[in-house]
Design a protein around this ligand. Structure first.
Ligand code: HEM
Length: 461
């Protein structure tokens, strides 16, 4: 039976009843796509091949260092049962130019964004000129090798093994190092200090069972992340996923100043001041959703995710808040997000070291203005319909979901000319006078689109 990507039920990956094609899919799919792999420590190697045949040999030689999605899921199960540590994550992505260098035809890939490459999409996404990107993103990136684990040591050892396989004709254009950032309670946060990575599309039965809810259904069919691998021996059972990588630098000082200025403008004092930042993000720093609470809930454990924006025209969570722009969740007609199929699997990691505590209230002047940020990564079955749609049609569009909403305050790119209004109290009736949008504090420093091929393809090289 061909793999049913639109199946309305979560995938029971360890069921004895799985059909042969779905088993083959899991045995040939790379990990970290269906379920996030632990990647507290990461190394991303951006590779350029000088010779196609050498490039093919290199990619094939990486296979023994890699594991399948099924092996990863088994490792996760064993860890949950007995705390047995798993093996490092090694992932491989190939860009359009990379496939051409390897001597492949790319006509069978259907995603136009992938086929253009990120550089040629910069106007669509209002990205900075390529000349302003970091040097290693300006050249032709052919492949990316992602290495990740819970601690730096296995990452360093695996990185050494990968580099030992690199042919003389290939070079590493650059390397990104991801380092997880955690708050005092151990929750994963991003550099502005907010809990991140909480709301995800879930594909697997055990994941969905662990997140019951009545307002938001986190289950999404496999069609959101999987795409047939057109160059694999059997594209009906060999699947991959499109990866977007964007290095997003965060000016933390400027963001903190914007939070303070907004709190002043809205007249928030005392315990209400954190409302300003929450109105930009849609959650308080500890992850408490503004849709549900006007104050951060005491412990924030577990971080709530069972909410929709039905019945909230923006009095609780402004329609311009980052999480609301990026996932409108409205459950009318099954949900705008669901109807359009936009939700992607976010697998980013923070980069850059700090000596301050990103989650506390220390003054903005003590915060970094650069050198830290997010290596934004997400898996898509269509880059155009998911990542690009989110960035262009929602985040960068001041008229989404309605006129004069403004840009996404966190990731919106383009001129922020429209003046915006915020509620003057949580769940209040009054709106503020129109005011300037907060300045852009996230800067794109480079990136690329890749396809993460099936292991069957890599073995066939
Ligand atoms: C959620 C921060 C970039 C899409 C979140 C959350 C935070 C956050 C704090 C809330 C945690 C959660 O619900 O998982 C940031 C920062 C970014 C960034 C600081 C850049 C430096 C992006 C980009 C996109 C994006 C580039 C897509 C174009 C999303 C989505 C959600 C989310 C879809 C989940 C919303 C939901 O389902 O409720 N982000 N983000 N983010 N972000 Fe971002």
């Amino acid at each position: 039976m061909p793999v049913d990507l639109t199946n309305g039920k979560p995938l029971a990956w360890d069921s004895a009843k799985l059909d042969a094609d779905t088993k083959a899919m899991l045995d040939n799919l790379q990990p970290n796509i269906l379920q996030a792999h632990v990647r507290e420590s990461m190394s991303l190697l951006l590779v350029q091949f000088g010779d196609g045949a050498d490039g093919r040999r290199f990619l094939r030689a990486l296979v023994p260092l890699m594991k399948s999605a099924r092996k990863h899921l088994e490792e996760v199960r064993d860890f949950n049962r007995s705390k047995k540590r798993g093996t490092p994550y090694v992932g491989v992505g190939i860009s359009k130019l990379g496939y051409l260098k390897l001597g492949e035809s790319t006509t069978k890939f259907t995603d136009n964004a992938f086929k253009s490459g990120m550089k040629r999409r910069k106007d669509t996404l209002s990205d900075p000129a390529v000349g302003a990107w970091e040097k290693h993103y300006q050249g032709e990136i052919h492949a990316i090798v992602l290495i990740g684990d819970a601690t730096p040591e296995p990452v360093a050892a695996t990185r050494t093994r990968v580099l030992a396989l690199l042919p003389k004709t290939a070079k590493i254009l650059g390397e990104e190092k991801g380092e997880g950032l955690r708050d005092a309670q151990g929750r994963g946060i991003e550099h502005f200090g907010y809990v991140d990575g909480r709301s995800q599309p879930l594909f697997l039965a055990d994941q969905v069972a662990a997140e019951p809810g009545t307002n938001w259904n986190p289950f999404f069919p496999l069609s959101h992340v999987l795409a047939a691998d057109p160059l694999a021996p059997h594209p009906s059972r060999h699947f991959g996923s499109y990866l977007v990588l964007r290095k997003l630098e965060q000016n933390v000082r400027a963001f903190r100043e914007a939070e303070e200025a907004l709190a002043d403008a809205l007249g928030f004092t005392g315990d209400d001041r954190p409302l300003a930042g929450a109105m930009l993000v849609g959650r308080f720093r500890n992850g408490t959703p503004l849709r549900l609470h006007g104050r951060p809930s005491a412990d924030g454990h577990p971080v709530q995710n069972d909410f929709s924006y039905r019945d909230d025209p923006g009095a609780r969570c402004p329609v311009s808040a980052h999480i609301r722009k990026a996932n409108p969740r409205d459950s009318r007609d099954g949900g705008l997000e669901r109807a359009l199929g936009v939700m992607m699997a976010r697998r980013g990691q923070t980069y850059g070291r700090r000596t301050d505590k990103p989650w506390d209230d220390a003054p903005p002047a003590t915060r970094p203005t650069g050198g830290v940020g997010l290596l934004f990564m997400a898996f898509n079955s269509s880059l155009q319909a998911q990542f690009e749609f989110t960035q262009q049609t929602w985040a960068d569009n001041p008229d989404f979901p309605a006129g004069k909403t403004g840009h996404d305050p966190v990731i919106g790119q383009g001129e922020r000319e429209v003046k915006v209004r915020f509620p003057t109290a949580w769940d209040g009736k009054k709106l503020s006078a129109p005011q300037k949008q907060v300045p852009q504090t996230v800067t794109m420093k480079g990136g690329e689109y890749f396809f993460m091929p099936s292991l069957a393809y890599l073995k066939s090289l």
